[in-house]
Structure formats: C-alpha cells, structure tokens
Design a protein around this ligand. Structure first.
Ligand SMILES: CC(C)(COP(=O)(O)OP(=O)(O)OC[C@H]1O[C@@H](n2cnc3c(N)ncnc32)[C@H](O)[C@@H]1O)[C@@H](O)C(=O)NCCC(=O)NCCS
Ligand SMILES: Nc1ncnc2c1ncn2[C@@H]1O[C@H](COP(=O)(O)OP(=O)(O)OP(=O)(O)O)[C@@H](O)[C@H]1O
Length: 199
C-alpha cells in the first residue's frame, strides 16, 4: 500500500527544501512547479494558449515563455492570474496524476506531491495526507525577497496571490514550522512521516 502525501505551503515557505531532504532519501517527489514548466514548453497546447491570451510580449527571443515577464503580469492582476491558471492547471493535473499512478504501480511506499496551490485549487482529493510547510509572514517575505531578488512590493504581491499560511494551518493534517534551522525542519519531517507509518 502506498501513502500519497500532498506537500504544500506558500511561496518561499520551504517546500523545495523539504522536497530535497526527501529526494536524498530516495523518495519520489512529484513537483507541480516542474510539471507546470514542462506544460508550457514551446509546442505544448498551453504554450499556444498563453501566446493567444497574453501576446508575443511574454516570449523571449528564442520563442520560449518569459517567466519573469509573465510573473510580473499575473502576480499583479487577479483576472490574468486566473486566466493563466485555467490554461496551465489542467495540463499540470494530468501530468501529476500519470506520475502518481506510475509510482503507485511501482509499489512505492511513500509518494510526495509537492503542490503549492493544493488547497486553493482544491486538489486534496489527489492525496491521502496533507503536510504544510509553515513560516511566519515576515520570514517568508525576507526569504522571498532574498531568493528572487524582488522588491518588497513585488514580494508582497506574490504572497497575497495565495491563501495565507495561517489559514492553511487549519486545513493541513500536519504542519512543519520552518522558521528555524533546516536541521529542525528535518527532525519535524521525520517525526511526522514516522507517525504516519510512511517511513
Ligand atoms: C507565473 C510563472 C510564469 C512564474 O514563473 P517563475 O519561474 O518565476 O516561478 P515558479 O514557476 O518557480 O513558481 C514559484 C512559486 O510561485 C507561486 N505561484 C506560481 N504560480 C502561481 C499562481 N498562479 N498563483 C499563485 N501562486 C503561484 C508558487 O508558490 C510557486 O511555487 C509560473 O509560476 C507559472 O506559469 N504559474 C502558473 C502555473 C502555476 O499555477 N504554477 C504553480 C503550481 S501548479
Ligand atoms: N530553514 C531554513 N533556514 C534558512 N533558509 C531557508 C530555510 N528553508 C528554506 N530556506 C531558504 O528560503 C528560500 C525559500 O525556500 P524554498 O525554495 O525551499 O521554498 P519553496 O516553498 O519551495 O518556494 P516556491 O513556492 O517559490 O517554490 C530558499 O532560498 C531557501 O534556501
């Protein structure tokens, strides 16, 4: 029997950091951000839909999507963000389900689905348990500004485009507090997975 865990959080809350710990242990992590990137590669249906709705100005000279440009549009405009979601999310969902079924078919005991918008997009039906990577908003803001070299205003716009982490706490089966060191995060992760009999 496999257990499928939906790993979620907010932008820059530490999902990838937790995923890397799991990957190091040989656990399969299906990453929605990676699948979303593949779904909009030149030649994919979602790519043409993006160009149709957002125009050539969101393309780089090699024809690929200018992610910085598209991000600066959609994180400041809810209507456009929902339009992009409607284009990209069905393809991401399909890709993730195929990978999940493959991992289950391989008899893997623990499968992680790293889905930033797990609660917002009501995708909890895809998983058995939900695990939230939480940080205080001040820590989230600092880490996001630092990692993406964003202004405070741009970083706040990105954080506000998602459900707040405080709200997500009430929806998750378990919560990792990632305000501290990576070692502390790792310990919480292992304790939760042991409790779930997943490792
Ligand atoms: C807007 C885009 C081009 C920005 O690309 P960029 O390389 O700068 O960021 P990346 O894809 O690595 O995403 C970083 C984080 O932003 C947040 N985020 C991304 N898209 C969204 C969105 N539509 N709504 C809210 N938050 C989002 C997530 O927390 C994600 O982990 C890209 O994120 C995108 O195509 N988004 C739409 C698809 C989507 O919703 N992806 C999220 C998981 S399915
Ligand atoms: N416990 C920690 N201590 C210090 N820095 C951390 C910690 N956890 C994560 N970080 C740093 O914070 C930033 C965000 O972490 P990470 O990339 O894992 O977040 P994420 O939730 O995957 O982000 P996104 O939603 O954008 O995919 C990174 O620069 C990472 O190195």
């Amino acid at each position: 029997m496999s257990i499928v865990v939906g790993l979620t959080g907010g932008i820059a809350s530490g999902k990838s950091t937790v995923s890397s710990i799991l990957i190091e242990k040989g656990i399969t992590v299906i990453d929605a951000d990676i699948e979303a990137r593949l779904a909009v590669e030149n030649g994919e249906e979602a790519y043409y839909e993006i160009v149709r709705h957002f125009g050539d100005e969101v393309l780089l000279t090699d024809g690929s999507i200018d992610r910085g440009k598209l991000g600066s549009i959609i994180f400041h405009n809810q209507e456009k963000r929902l339009m992009l979601n409607n284009i990209v999310h069905p393809a991401v969902r399909k890709r993730m389900i195929v990978k999940k079924e493959m991992a289950i078919g391989n008899g893997e005991r623990l499968i992680i689905m790293d889905i930033p918008l797990l609660f917002e997009s009501k995708l909890t039906f895809l998983v058995d348990k939900t695990l939230l990577v939480y940080v205080d908003e001040t820590v989230q803001l600092d880490r996001l500004m630092e990692r993406n070299q964003l202004s405070k205003e741009d970083a706040i716009a990105r954080i506000r485009s998602q459900m707040s982490l405080r709200e997500k706490i009430h929806l998750a089966d378990a919560v990792i507090n990632n305000n501290g060191t990576i070692e502390e995060t790792k310990k919480q992760l292992v304790d939760i997975l042991k409790k779930w009999n997943a490792i």
